[in-house]
Design a protein around this ligand. Structure first.
Ligand SMILES: [Zn+2]
Length: 456
């Protein structure tokens, strides 16, 4: 007698999709069988015509917990994740307090243990002491992250530094404990110049006027070149994060070809999809955001297809509604909540031809699991692995509207009116169905703190 049977689906196993039954016992996959057999189970999900993926993993979400829980917390954020098929998230470190020593890191882990409904690993800041980095690494952070832009808008965070020497020292600390380190590459001088240029032209400092000038290839790629050099010098396994500007993508492609041990991700927002308007779902009113969607998507998709880019993070970055003010670019909240939609959007882009079905499996789970020593526990549908599944109807066509049930605390919807092909219909975390047909149902605390290397 099994606990769960997923029947007649096209199941990813051994490098391809095959028509199989999946039998789950407790939190693990017990058996894959052909569809003629009829194993007995307490609960059965009919996956006829659907694809059964290894559970999607989001390496980059701002869950705001602890300290900024008026925006989001581990419960609401992971419910939103489950709503679009995400079975594990990596919470980013710009929280209060910043997880830069063992105690603050474990504080975040414990909030997650109490509230999360999908599996998680909080990413730590390496800007404490060398000893702090050692202790947090031993505790189990998947990697470390630094924000290179601080003190001024748009990324007010104590999880960062502008000091390149300090970043280099942190790289050495991470290298010494065998962990990767990622940096959101920024160059403050380009940001400051954009503001000054706007003022000189007599233009108000609205998001619309400033944002296009803030983010540029030379700004981000220049910073990334510098970081890549420090990473090589420090012997660091670099995690090239926010890899979305053309020159940055070319840099990663070149360094990979030279044999440097790099993993890279682009973050969905704002690189691929940055809507002009998000909606307050309670009032139906739009909040004008004026984000920057540049015509460089094809370069990013090419990077995914040719293996330059290994993962996609959502960059779920919720703010309270009253923190948005597009008229004041220097103080408005940057980013928005998107985990309720992220998994569906990734399926849609596959259907659009941006990447293959195989590549979708790799960028949503396999590459993460292999990089962070969690394979085959995560990222495989092999017997003995965690029973994490993202079940997808590739053909379903639907439109996101204001009635779409969302779970993020910020009650916003950035994709009203968006037509999609492909929908995640079930999210299963270690044998438990946490979302079915858009209804998330799970008590806080089901999500487990997942430690790299604990591969069982
Ligand atoms: Zn981010």
């Amino acid at each position: 007698m099994y606990d769960l049977l997923i029947q007649n689906g096209l199941v990813y196993a051994n490098g391809g999709f095959h028509k199989l039954n999946v039998c789950v016992k407790g939190e693990k996959i017990a058996l894959l069988t052909d569809c003629d057999t009829r194993p007995e189970a307490r609960r059965t999900i009919d996956a006829t015509g659907k694809h059964v993926f290894p559970g999607f993993i989001d390496p980059h979400a701002h869950l705001r917990d602890p300290g900024l829980t008026h925006k989001e917390d581990f419960y609401t954020g992971t419910c939103a994740a489950a709503n679009s098929g995400i079975t594990m998230v990596c919470a980013q470190p710009n929280t209060q307090p910043v997880p830069s020593c063992y105690e603050t890191y474990m504080e975040q882990v414990n909030e997650g243990k109490k509230k999360a409904i999908v599996d998680f690993n909080p990413i730590a800041s390496p800007l404490g002491s060398s000893e702090d980095v050692r202790q947090i690494a031993a505790a189990g952070t998947a990697w470390f992250k630094i924000f290179q832009k601080v003190a001024t808008y748009p990324y007010n965070t104590s999880a960062g530094t502008l000091d390149t020497h300090r970043i280099y020292e942190a790289f050495k600390d991470c290298a010494a404990v065998g962990k990767r380190c990622s940096v959101h590459p920024f160059d403050k001088y380009f940001f400051d110049a954009a503001v000054e240029q706007c003022k000189a032209e007599g233009k108000p400092l609205t998001l619309e006027n400033v944002r296009y000038r803030w983010y540029s290839d030379e700004e981000m790629t220049g910073a990334a070149y510098q970081l890549s050099y420090y990473a090589q010098k420090a012997g660091l396994k670099w995690y090239a994060m926010h890899c979305w500007m053309p020159g940055y993508i070319d840099l990663v492609r070149m360094l990979k070809a030279q044999g440097m041990d790099i993993i890279s991700s682009f973050e969905y927002m704002p690189s691929i999809d940055a809507p002009d308007e998000i909606y307050n779902v309670d009032t139906g009113e739009p909040i004008i955001v004026g984000h920057d969607a540049r015509p460089i998507k094809e370069k990013i998709w090419e990077g995914i297809r040719d293996g330059t880019i290994d993962m996609i993070g959502s960059d779920h970055a919720p703010h309270a509604i009253n923190e948005y003010n597009h008229l004041d670019a220097l103080h408005t909240g940057a980013g928005f909540a998107m985990l309720d939609f992220f998994g569906h959007l990734l399926v849609h882009h596959m259907n659009e031809g941006c990447y293959s079905l195989q590549r979708l499996v790799e960028i949503t789970s396999i590459n993460f699991a292999k990089t962070f020593d969690l394979y085959p526990r995560k990222g495989s549908n092999l017997p003995g692995s965690d029973a994490d599944f993202t079940i997808i109807d590739l053909d379903q066509e639907w439109t996101i509207d204001l009635n779409h049930k969302i779970y993020t605390k910020t009650r916003t919807n950035p994709y009203v009116g968006r037509k999609l092909k492909g929908k995640v219909t079930e999210t299963i975390v270690r044998g438990r169905v946490v979302m079915q047909n858009g209804v998330v149902d799970c008590q806080p605390g089901w999500g487990k703190y997942i430690i790299p290397g604990e591969n069982h």
